[in-house]
Design a protein around this ligand. Structure first.
Ligand code: ADP
Ligand code: MG
Length: 243
């Protein structure tokens, strides 16, 4: 079992888009039992997999163990892919964690879920707080989408430094250049400077995910952006297997 967190301190960098695509790829291309767990109150993961937003305010109760994850998990339209949707109650998570004082609560929950799921993909909120600390303790691998810029490498090192400062041990980071537009010189220069980093192009097919409410693989898997997201999943799987 592996927990793949898609994380950044920034919003609007493509986290949810990438998380939904990776989860779809895990379920469809790798044929693994997969759970997409939405930890962000925005609820983009449900939206992008064509699921109804969770009604009610129970998502936080999983963390207090008042509710079993199974009571909230829903199937998506895709084989082997389930969703644990978010709702507004997640706004209370910080005070909840302070109250329950369990530093490994999310890690423990993902361990329990590993009886049913081979891959758990976490769509994370843009923050540096106790929830992100819990995510770091639970994750096997952290995918970090970064906007292409000469500062991308420094942005990654800043996150690495922050993790090293707060966590004796942290999972490996996989940086991804997100929303790359090769017509722009700055983007081309960044790509040339960071040849080993996976690239997700800025593309209308990817944007279409939000209009169609479906992962790109399900409607444009053979397009270049669709293949870029599938390749990203292959890279993630390789890293997971290599350990
Ligand atoms: N590679 C891309 N090409 C074009 N639009 C994208 C791409 N990635 C994300 N977007 C769009 O950018 C916006 C923010 O993406 P999202 O995945 O929600 O970011 P985050 O989860 O980091 O806030 C969304 O409208 C999404 O459709
Ligand atoms: Mg998001």
């Amino acid at each position: 079992m592996a927990v793949v967190a898609v994380y950044s301190v920034k919003g609007g960098v493509g986290k949810s888009t990438i998380a939904a695509s990776l989860a779809w790829s895990a379920a469809t291309l790798s044929r693994r039992q997969t759970l997409l767990w939405d930890l962000d109150v925005q609820g983009a993961a449900a939206f992008l997999t064509g699921c109804d937003a969770a009604n009610g305010s129970r998502a936080a109760s999983i963390f207090t163990r008042d509710l079993e994850p199974d009571q909230l998990i829903v199937p998506t339209p895709y084989d082997r892919l389930d969703l644990l949707p978010s709702d507004d109650s997640l706004r209370r998570l910080e005070s909840l964690f302070a109250m329950i004082g369990k530093r490994r609560r999310l890690a423990r929950l993902t361990e329990i879920l590993s009886q049913r799921y081979e891959r758990i993909v976490l769509d994370c909120p843009p923050a540096l707080n106790e929830l992100s600390a819990q995510i770091i303790r639970a994750a096997t691998l952290i995918v970090v989408p970064l906007p292409p810029s000469p500062l991308a490498r420094r942005a990654l090192e800043a996150i690495r430094g922050e993790l090293a400062y707060h966590h004796k041990k942290h999972p490996p980071l996989l940086p991804v250049l997100s929303m790359v537009d090769m017509r722009r010189k700055l983007h081309r220069d960044t790509v040339a400077e960071l040849p080993d980093w996976p690239i997700i192009p800025m593309a209308s097919q990817i944007e279409q995910m939000a209009a169609r409410r479906a992962p790109i693989g399900s409607f444009a898997g053979a397009s270049e952006p669709g293949r870029a997201l599938a390749r990203l999943w292959t890279g993630v799987e390789r890293k997971l297997v290599e350990g």
